[in-house]
Design a binder for this molecule. Structure first.
Ligand code: AMP
Ligand code: ZN
Length: 506
């Protein structure tokens, strides 16, 4: 393991703390997953880029990672604090579709975005509806001491656990004024852990329970799935900052009731040692919301010619705890930066290939970076790149400072008098943390084709080659004609482009 200790910001204690695993050599992480009633917007995906980087950093530091992300397919109401309708029931009714079809469709859409952003699959996806018996058992275990039954369901009495709401930042009054009153609740912040189906109604998703036919509450789901797979207490629980206000305080209250009712001065009593939250991606009009009609999806970025990894890079340029404002100019700048990186990698790869063929050396670069943990690189000697390696490790260890980590990766690419093989190996290792797929991405991948484009990459290359020959022969009429033909097919030839990008699809 490296010299720099890993420090992470713990929302529960409100300070940076050194990460010490609860089980030697292991890191167990739970991430609140999407509610699959609609497509994810790019703000949602920021939460999973953050969790992905966290997992990759834990591995960089030598821990074996177990990561769980759940899929919420039942129980999340239109208002986080127990009011309104079930988001999935509502969408299914609007669409006149089965709730299961709605859930499947949006789960697939979410996973497609996960892949496109090079977010690694977790060790386990847990689907809420698969855990209903465990949820009922969990609720039975805490019902007598911590819950009460009213017409609308079984409610958790937040006054029965110590330090309720310590995680939240909004003052209690502010928080409580957001909560719609429900007849019979003892405290405004009490929340349903089992919602009864109102008499005379049926729901598409409902189960029998000791408290009547109904459905589990959203907060109960995450307590049950995280505890069932990772065991309480586990190391790190993540989510977006909106979860810090209601969802996670409620999960914590249930975890306390389940494990021990002791207070939160001992963080483990909350069920997890660390609670980490990413800040929002906002647009100029404010926070993005997928329940409000129009919103930005990853597919829209792709349709406009932006590779999804340019969006990942945009996320990495900001600290996960800072608000990030989305703009097309910002995305464009991130794409240009990604292009520069890819071209620098191409140049180093070419130089390495020349050296290998000149000397008959074996091709030994570990392109996928698999073998390259920090330990091995240090053991192997970073070959003149120790400074960059040290900066990179210090940055990611400092509460995931990916912005600095990116610049040290660029410093590696730009370093003078260093063997190309060393550079490529170190870039592979660093990119295993950042996940930009730098050693596999090509210029062709980054030139996303507008849907209407007909001409192929090979045809463009052939035309450009003919144009080069014409220009070499000073036949400028032919050269111009080729440029115009390409333009007619939507290909802009980029003579004199400072990046040397040659052409793009307009
Ligand atoms: P949901 O599907 O609504 O439960 O949200 C999935 C994840 O996205 C949660 O961790 C949210 O906290 C997070 N999230 C929601 N909106 C944003 C946003 N605009 N920026 C960053 N994260 C968000
Ligand atoms: Zn959750």
């Amino acid at each position: 393991m490296s010299d720099t200790p890993l420090r992470l910001y713990n929302s529960l204690t409100r300070q940076l703390e050194e990460f010490q695993p609860l089980h030697p050599g292991e890191a167990r992480v739970y991430t609140c997953g999407p509610t699959v009633y609609n497509y994810p917007h790019i703000g949602n995906m920021r939460a999973y880029v953050f969790a992905d980087v966290l997992g990759r950093v834990l591995e960089w530091k030598g821990y074996t990672l177990t990561h769980v992300i759940n899929i919420t397919d039942v129980g999340h109401l239109t208002d986080d604090a127990d009011a309104g309708e079930d988001k999935l029931e509502k969408m299914a009714a609007q669409r006149r579709q089965s709730i299961w079809d709605v859930a499947r469709h949006y789960t697939d859409a979410f996973k497609a975005d996960v892949r496109a952003l090079n977010i690694r699959e977790p060790s386990q996806w847990t689907v809420a509806t698969d855990y209903v018996p465990q949820m009922i058992a969990f609720a039975q275990g805490i019902a007598e001491k911590h819950c009460y039954l009213i017409d609308s369901g079984l409610y958790f009495d937040v006054s029965t656990v110590a330090d309720y709401g310590r995680l939240a930042r909004a003052s209690t009054d502010e928080g409580e004024s957001r909560i719609d009153p429900v007849a019979g609740k003892r405290n405004p912040a009490d929340f349903a852990i089992w919602r009864r189906t109102p008499a005379g109604e049926t729901r598409q998703m409902e189960w029998d329970s000791p408290w009547g036919r109904g459905a589990p509450g959203w907060h109960l789901e995450c307590s049950v799935m995280s505890g069932a797979v990772l065991g309480f207490p586990f190391d790190i629980h993540t989510g977006g900052i909106d979860h810090r206000e209601i969802h996670h305080p409620n999960e914590i209250a249930q975890n306390q009731a389940h494990c021990c009712t002791d207070g939160l001065d001992v963080a483990e009593n909350s069920g997890a040692r660390f609670w980490m939250h990413n800040n929002f991606l906002v647009d100029r009009t404010g926070k993005m919301s997928k329940s409000s009609g129009e919103f930005l999806r990853l597919q829209l970025l792709i349709d406009r010619g932006y590779h999804p990894l340019a969006y990942r890079l945009m996320c990495l340029q900001a600290h996960y705890r800072s608000e990030l404002e989305f703009s097309w100019e910002g995305l464009h700048a991130a794409l240009t930066r990604l292009k520069r990186m890819i071209m620098a990698v191409e140049a180093v790869t070419l130089r390495h290939a020349e050296l290998v063929s000149a000397s008959n050396l074996p091709e030994s670069v570990q392109r996928d970076g698999k073998r390259w943990t920090l330990n091995q690189i240090q053991g192997d000697g970073a070959g003149g790149l120790q400074g960059q390696l040290h900066t990179f490790d210090g940055a990611v260890s400092d509460d995931l400072n990916t912005a600095i980590a990116l610049t040290s990766l660029e410093d590696v690419l730009g370093a003078k008098r260093v063997e190309p093989e060393r550079k490529l190996s170190l870039v592979a290792a660093m990119d295993r943390v950042l996940g930009l797929d730098l050693l596999n991405l090509t210029r062709a991948d980054l030139r996303i084709r507008p849907k209407a484009a007909q001409i192929t990459e090979a045809e463009i290359k052939a035309a450009l080659e003919r144009r080069r020959e014409a220009r070499a022969a000073k036949d400028f009429a032919t050269s111009d004609a080729i440029r115009d033909e390409l333009a007619a097919q939507g290909v802009e030839v980029m003579d004199g482009d400072p990046l040397g990008w040659e052409w793009k699809l307009g």
